[in-house]
Design a protein around this ligand. Structure first.
Ligand SMILES: Nc1ncnc2c1ncn2[C@@H]1O[C@H](COP(=O)(O)OP(=O)(O)OP(=O)(O)O)[C@@H](O)[C@H]1O
Ligand SMILES: [Mg+2]
Length: 481
């Protein structure tokens, strides 16, 4: 696969995994955890045996597909048969595929249970169980399903749990399902990746969108993901970004699976520049070229923050993350910072003029690329004709002005989202809105929250807190709107 050396988590877990140990593996986003569990899993498969021997559970359909693809790459020389099963795909097709005797199944909890109940999936020969994004899988929304699935897997199995985050209460739950697990935690100063520059923008709700579009113009991401809190938010943001001339599409749980897959495919193929998403795209997705992540709404819990911004800065690459915070939500910012052990820098929103400069730069690059392509044919004759009549600088300036459309003219409609409930001194609750209620864990809210007031002004007044261009200029294409 072209990897030259093992990443720390791979070095720390592959040998243990091959020895058959239960493992809780924790390492930062984008550091190769899939391969860390993938190699021991693949190595253990007996290719003469047509039973399901390995089961990987992932929280989202897109992640299940991605993990199955990576396992396929790892196992293809050995001819290991791998199948992904997930909701939203025709079940008949999956049932037929299950008859082809796959040896590893990668699936989402609901659909796995469906197959277990229909007796189309038998797990009595499974000797390796993997929970990717383990803390999410053992959190309120999934825990009951996971327990039911586990009850169908022999107790003698090896259990491998991986995630970039593992809050203590969840780790304690995890250990109940494991046999004296080895805890392999790759030490780092921060929970987030050092290569990601992290900023926050303090803004009232109604100004967020204009600031976002200005930031996009100034920072010029190669590919960007914008996270919103709700499905409606995602729909409105994607629509509004299109009105402003960006190539953006939304992804969330209410869309058909066909649509979800096509949006992701277009994004990976760089046919769209901005993916607007709910937390459905927060975990595990590995998409090369994502240079910027914008949290249009600050996430409810710090783990979600870690995973969202971890969609950039993967495998040693650089990234930029910008989180919008309304004044009432500043408490959440401190909680995130305390959990990640990393302070975000305050970002002064670009002015409309600065944003236009960004657009002018894009126009300039468009003209330059066009010139370099050198296939201007009859346009050259027209140009010569025009140069007889006008000053050359005036003409180029006019061409630039024509190409630079000030997008803030386009009116957009974004419904105001209620701010997160204001934080008292207490901890935050783990994910709300799960399928089961109650339970949950109390996160690291803690008491004695330090006031974030002190450093803010200083940083805000420093112009160096602005990301220097942020990415390769001129990447975010704008379509004719
Ligand atoms: N040893 C390696 N050397 C170089 N690149 C690697 C290596 N192992 C994995 N990668 C690549 O690094 C990228 C990130 O890997 P992966 O998706 O497994 O990260 P992860 O740790 O699971 O992240 P997340 O916490 O976001 O799920 C992938 O593109 C993968 O192919
Ligand atoms: Mg992963």
């Amino acid at each position: 696969m072209g990897f030259e050396e093992a990443t720390p988590i791979q070095e720390g877990t592959i040998r243990l995994g091959m020895e058959g140990k239960d493992i809780i593996g924790q390492a930062q986003t984008g550091t190769g955890k899939t391969t860390a569990f993938g190699i021991p899993l693949i190595e253990k498969i007996d290719t003469r045996d047509g039973n399901v021997q390995g089961l990987v559970i992932a929280p989202t359909r897109e992640l299940a597909i991605q993990v199955s693809e990576e396992l396929y790459n790892l196992g293809k020389d050995k001819n290991v048969r791998i199948l992904s099963v997930f909701g939203g795909q025709e079940i008949g097709r999956q049932i037929r595929a299950l008859k082809n005797r796959p040896q590893i199944i990668v699936g989402t909890p609901g659909r796995l249970l469906d197959h277990i109940n229909r007796r189309t999936l038998k797990l009595e020969n499974v000797n390796t169980l993997v929970l990717d994004e383990a803390d999410e899988m053992l959190n309120m929304g999934f825990i009951e399903d996971i327990q039911s699935i586990m009850s169908n897997v022999p107790d003698t199995r090896q259990t491998l749990l991986f995630s970039a985050t593992m809050p203590d209460p969840i780790r304690r739950i995890a250990e109940k399902f494991m046999k004296t697990p080895e805890i392999v935690k790759i030490k780092s100063k921060e929970m987030t990746v050092e290569n990601i520059e992290q900023f926050f923008v303090k803004s009232v709700e109604r100004e967020k969108f204009d600031i976002l579009s200005r930031l996009l113009n100034v920072q010029q991401p190669e590919l960007a993901i914008v996270f919103g809190r709700t499905k409606r938010r995602v729909d409105e943001l994607a629509h509004a970004l299109n009105l402003r001339g960006y190539l953006a599409e939304g992804i969330h749980g209410d869309l058909s699976q066909a649509k979800r897959m096509s949006v992701l495919k277009q994004f990976k193929a760089n046919k769209i520049d901005i993916l607007v998403a709910t937390d459905v795209a927060a975990r595990g997705l590995d998409i090369s070229g994502v240079s910027h992540v914008y949290n249009f709404d600050i996430p409810q819990d710090p783990e979600s923050y870690v995973h969202r911004i971890g969609r950039t800065g993967r495998a040693g690459k650089k990234g930029v993350a910008v989180t919008f915070v309304t004044p009432r939500e500043m408490g959440y910012l401190s909680i995130v910072e305390r959990t990640t052990k990393k302070k975000m820098e305050a970002l002064v929103p670009p002015t409309a003029d600065e944003a236009v400069i960004g657009l002018q730069r894009v126009a300039m690059e468009q003209l330059e690329t066009m010139t370099e392509k050198n296939n201007l044919g009859s346009y050259r004759e027209l140009a010569t004709e025009m140069l007889d009549k006008h000053d050359a600088v005036d003409l180029v300036a006019a061409a630039l002005k024509t190409l630079t459309k000030d997008p803030e003219d386009a009116p957009v409609q974004i419904t105001e989202e209620r701010p997160l409930p204001s934080r008292g001194g207490g901890g935050y609750k783990g994910k709300g809105g799960g399928r089961s209620s109650g339970g949950g864990y109390k996160g690291k809210g803690g008491s004695g929250r330090p006031s974030s007031g002190g450093y803010k002004g200083r940083r805000e007044s420093s112009s160096s807190s602005r990301p220097s261009g942020g990415g390769r200029p001129g990447r975010t294409r704008r379509h004719e709107s």
